[in-house]
Write a protein that binds this ligand. Structure first.
Ligand SMILES: Nc1ncnc2c1ncn2[C@@H]1O[C@H](COP(=O)(O)OP(=O)(O)OP(=O)(O)O)[C@@H](O)[C@H]1O
Ligand SMILES: [Mg+2]
Length: 488
């Protein structure tokens, strides 16, 4: 067990950690915070939900001179929602040191952002496009930045972002400290990253699998046309507290969301074509439980930390194994459990094999549930509610009417009628048709690289390779959550 105080953390940050309920450092924090404090460049890789934000946030905060009202720390993240979330976590960590943190992202009023930048934030958490806009307009000064972080580094160094990142880093002094963090780091991308750094130290928290072991992973082989019925049946059986459903395209997300509405589920979609205001309001509704289902493109795949997400469904299998890791990592965070179910059409089975091989995980086959099981699932939800009402007592006001009705009908009939009335699902048969989509195929690059092992290989063999069994370390934070982070 490593306490934060043994890592040489200052009093104000210790006070913040205590307030946040962080008692012990997670393995990635334990290993990278000292390096960060020494000023070393670091490439940090650890599973989803294991505290990478604080791993780079804490040393960054420690190095800020709070009397200098200039941007000294810069974090770059791939999506707006993630920039906001990381900004909030850094703000919490730096609250007693009096550090000003500002998120800067697209879709926000430029004028308002420029005004906020003039107020002298010391840490900026930005998305690359908007940050470059400010650099080009000279409305941001990052010439005093001494610490730069790429969160979701492999995504930031991938084709879509790499040119922007190069341009941004050019505007920061070369003697900076550069930190790269992600749950996934393909070697080619890591090599690109290392070229932007000075003698980087690599910290990779060893784990048997790339995905967190407390996420139960399943797949269902299902034809395209049956996916939607399978989904609603599963939702009835699982009765998730909060669930994220990933679809391949924006149109797909819209269609699945509409279909879920037609069948009586509280769901909203999130993707890049929505206004920023809408994106935020959908996410907020999801966070405070006003909707129970978020249907999303990969815009929500990385980094988002929403407590209470119990289930992730890959309505469409993702193109890259890395994307699979991040998507399912929206559940099973900070040591909690979670369940992930992926829908695979028969032609996509080789793609599933590739995902298993790259992530070194086992995705267990499960059968598509029947309508009958779904109906029982719906009723179970009602029964649970009924049971908890019984346990709470306070039923005296209803006893007289209950006795009257029981004089007329037998008890099973009465309870059955009550269950029927209370059980949702009247709209479960609403017809829903989605536009058809082509199956995902294995990218040629992956195919070539994995050709030999991949073709005749049997899943079992490549799942068993490498890595010793992991020990689990439990610790409880003050909010009462049991954090079962995996230890090294
Ligand atoms: N030492 C700790 N003790 C208790 N909770 C922690 C600790 N460190 C982080 N957490 C909490 O764990 C959750 C996950 O942290 P974080 O979002 O930083 O994970 P991550 O490794 O960046 O995941 P991802 O790869 O999905 O981005 C957050 O709610 C965070 O506040
Ligand atoms: Mg993260």
């Amino acid at each position: 067990m490593t306490t934060f105080s043994s890592l040489g953390i200052s009093k104000p940050v210790m006070k913040a950690l205590e307030k946040m309920g962080f008692e012990e450092a997670t393995p990635i924090q334990e290993q990278t915070i000292p390096l960060g404090l020494e000023g070393k460049d670091v490439i940090g890789q650890a599973q989803t939900g294991t505290g990478k934000t604080a791993a780079f946030g804490i040393p960054m905060i420690e190095k800020i001179d709070k009397d200098i009202k200039k941007i000294q720390g810069l974090v770059i993240a791939p999506t707006r929602e993630l920039a906001i979330q990381v900004g909030e976590e850094i703000h919490r960590l730096g609250q007693f040191k009096g550090i000003r943190t500002l998120p800067v992202y697209g879709g926000q009023h430029m004028d308002r952002q420029i005004r906020a930048l003039k107020e002298g934030p010391q840490i900026v958490v930005a998305t690359p496009g908007r940050l470059l806009d400010h650099i080009r307009r000279k409305t941001i000064n990052i010439s005093n930045v001494h610490t730069a972080v790429l969160d979701e580094a492999d995504e930031m160094l991938n084709m879509g972002f790499i040119d922007d990142i190069r341009d941004i880093l050019k505007a920061i002094p070369e003697e900076r400290q550069t930190l790269l963090f992600s749950a996934t780091m393909p070697k080619e991308i890591r090599d690109i990253g290392a070229k932007l750094m000075k003698k980087p130290e690599e910290v990779k928290i060893k784990a048997k699998e790339m995905t967190v072991e407390n996420i139960d992973q399943h797949f269902i082989e299902v034809h395209e046309k049956q996916k939607f019925d399978t989904l609603t049946n599963l939702l009835d059986i699982h009765a998730p507290t909060l669930a994220i459903i990933f679809g391949r395209t924006k149109k797909r997300v819209d269609e699945v969301t509409e279909g879920l509405h037609a069948r009586g589920f509280r769901a909203e979609g999130i993707h890049g074509d929505l206004t920023q205001g809408k994106r935020m309001s959908v996410l907020n509704k999801f966070k405070n439980g006003r909707i129970e289902i978020l249907v999303a493109t990969d815009v929500a795949a990385r980094g988002l930390d929403i407590s209470g997400v119990t289930h992730v469904y890959n309505f469409d299998i993702p193109q890259d194994p890395e994307s699979y890791v991040h998507r399912i990592g929206r559940t099973g965070r900070a040591g909690r459990g979670g369940e992930a179910v992926s829908f695979i059409t028969p032609r996509e089975l080789p793609h599933l094999n590739l995902i298993e091989k790259v992530t070194k995980g086992k995705i267990k086959r499960m059968q598509a549930p029947s309508m009958d099981e779904a109906r029982r699932g719906q009723q179970q939800v009602t029964i649970d509610k009924l049971t908890s009402t019984i346990e709470k007592q306070e039923l005296d006001a209803y006893r007289e009417s209950a006795t009257e009705i029981l004089n007329q009908y037998d008890s099973v009939t009465v309870v059955a009628a009550a269950l029927k009335m209370l059980t949702k699902g009247g709209r479960r048969n609403a017809p829903v048709t989605l536009s058809s989509v082509a199956p995902v195929s294995v990218k040629p690059a992956y195919k070539d690289k994995n050709k030999k092992k991949f073709r005749g290989d049997n899943k079992r063999n490549f799942n068993r390779k490498g890595g010793k069994p992991q020990r689990n370390r439990k610790f409880q934070n003050k909010r009462g959550k049991s954090n079962n982070f995996q230890s090294k």
